[in-house]
Ligand binder design. Structure first.
Ligand code: NAP
Length: 281
């Protein structure tokens, strides 16, 4: 599995990771996560929001915690100063570990002052409960607000945002900003959460995906992951609880898209004219 530098962390992190939202069958999910880890998908994304998922992740960590890049998130409704500290403790307990690699504010909200949330985040990092601080679903100005609270001592290392071929708006403003500031972009829901299939052969996008997949002897899902990960600051975290899906995702970067492939896909999934508000849950 190809790894690349994750923001300013100094850590090499696999480009393809594992999401954990909406597991349908805990045993099957556990086996899938375990297989993914064996295949090098060691970036695991979870959240206090994903009921039961942190407990499933806890079952695959023993004996290999140091090799896992573990990410969890605090809900905005819990993100007061004290609430953030407590939510982190609860996640650590559910995960059966003493630290997270990155802890994210799940989305920007004015429910609690940003100052309080990120003061707590800084303290969690100082105490070694989390290695790095991150955000999710943040626009540039919101990310800058969080960074301003953290000051010079801690850096926001990633922004986890929605990214599928039909929603490329992050490429307009967020991606150039994150590139300049060395903030990793973690693309979630690369398959649109599995709602329906990928664009089919009756659509321009679907035809492009199939043509590129055929040229490489790959699947259209693999082409999607490979396409989204074409920027050096982007990581992608598909969720899969079927073994064949995990194997497919782990092999998604085994081929290299040509310039022509990328041009065809970009033309088939055109960028919007301007940055739009990022979709959230
Ligand atoms: P997703 O990864 O876009 O899609 C998951 C669906 O795709 C599942 O039905 C899965 O099937 C299927 N799938 C996975 N690999 C496949 C493959 N190789 N071929 C065919 N189908 C495949 O959905 P998501 O869960 O929304 O997003 C991924 C992760 O991002 C989440 O689990 C979560 O960790 C994170 N996320 C973060 C936020 C946020 O606000 N920060 C929001 C949403 C998601 P099976 O499971 O049946 O194998």
């Amino acid at each position: 599995m190809i790894a690349r530098p994750f923001g300013t962390t100094g850590r090499q992190v696999p480009v393809i990771g594992q999401g954990t939202w909406q597991f349908r069958d805990a045993r099957r999910a556990e086996a899938a996560l375990r297989l993914g880890l064996e295949l090098g998908l060691t970036h695991i994304d979870t959240a206090e929001l994903y009921r039961g998922s942190e407990e499933v992740v806890a079952r695959v960590l023993p004996g290999r915690r140091d090799r896992v890049f573990l990410v969890s998130k605090v809900l905005p409704g819990n993100a007061s100063y004290r609430g953030t500290l407590e939510a982190c403790e609860k996640s650590l307990k559910r995960l059966g570990t003493d630290h997270l690699d990155v802890y994210l504010l799940h989305w920007y909200s004015r429910e609690h002052p940003v100052e309080d949330t990120f003061r707590a985040m800084g303290e969690l990092a100082d105490a070694g409960k989390i290695r790095w601080v991150g955000v999710s679903n943040h626009e540039v100005a919101q990310l800058e607000e969080a960074q301003a609270v953290l000051g010079g001592k801690h850096r926001i290392v990633c922004n986890q945002v929605y990214y599928d071929p039909n929603h490329r708006h992050l490429e307009l403003e967020l991606l150039p900003y994150c590139r300049q500031k060395r903030v990793a972009i973690v693309g979630y829901s690369p398959f649109a959460s599995g709602r329906g299939a990928l664009p089919g052969p009756t659509t321009k996008g679907g035809r492009a995906l199939e043509a590129v997949a055929k040229r490489h002897g790959a699947t259209t899902h693999q082409v999607v992951l490979n396409f989204l990960a074409r920027f050096p600051e982007v990581f992608v975290i598909p969720k899969a609880e079927h073994e064949e899906h995990v194997r497919s995702n782990a092999a998604a970067l085994d081929f290299t898209l040509t310039k022509q492939d990328v041009a065809e896909l970009e033309a088939a999934f055109p960028l919007p004219q301007r940055a739009v508000e990022l979709p959230t849950l």
